[in-house]
Design a protein around this ligand. Sequence first.
Ligand SMILES: [Fe+2]
Length: 203
Amino acid sequence: MARNEATVHSTTTQDRIDRIRELLPEIAQIGDDNLRTIVESIWEQVWRESDWQELGDIPKNPSAPAAPQRVENAWTLITHTRAVAQLSATSAETIKTLHGIDYDRDSLVALALLHDVSKVVEYVGTKDSIAKGHLGKLIQHGVYSAFLMWQHGLSTEMVHGVIAHTPSSRILPQTHEALIVRYTDFLDTDSMLMDAGEELYLS
Ligand SMILES: [Fe+2]
C-alpha cells in the first residue's frame, strides 16, 4: 500500500504482535505454528498499514457505535472476530459430534480470525465514528485479506473462505469451514443488528 511509510506507528512489530495476542486469545488455539504465525503477521501488517493507534478501538461497522453497550468492548471488530472464532469452533464440533461431518480445526479458527481482517484498512475514523476509506471504497470487502493470505502462502481453500464469507461476493461457500464461518458471521452480526433495532443481514 502506498501509504505504508507515512502511517507506520511508533511501536515495534513485536509490540503489535503482543497486543494482537492479548486482544485475540483465540489465536493460541491454532495448533500449527506456521499458520498461527501467519494469522498474527497478517493482523500486524494491516494494523501497521492503517491509521488506527489501537486495534481494540475499531468498531465492527459504521452503525456499531450507536448500539447498546451493556458489555465492555461489544460491537468492536475485535470482539466480533472473537465471537466468530468461538462460534465457528463450537458449531463445527457440534456438527461433527451429531452428524459425523469432519473439519479442520486449525483452518477453521484461522479463517474465522482472518475473515474481517481487511476492515482494519477498509475503514477509517475514530472509536465513535467510522466510514469506508479510500481502499474500502475502491476494493470489495475481503479482497485485501485474500491478497495477504495468498502472499503468506495460505491455501486457495483458505482464501476462498474469506472471499465467500461476505454477501459482497458472488461466490458461495464450497468448503465446510467456509460455510460455518459465513453462518456464524451472520449470526453474530444479526444478533447485534436485531439488538440495535436495525435491519438484519438476513433480510
Ligand atoms: Fe464478520
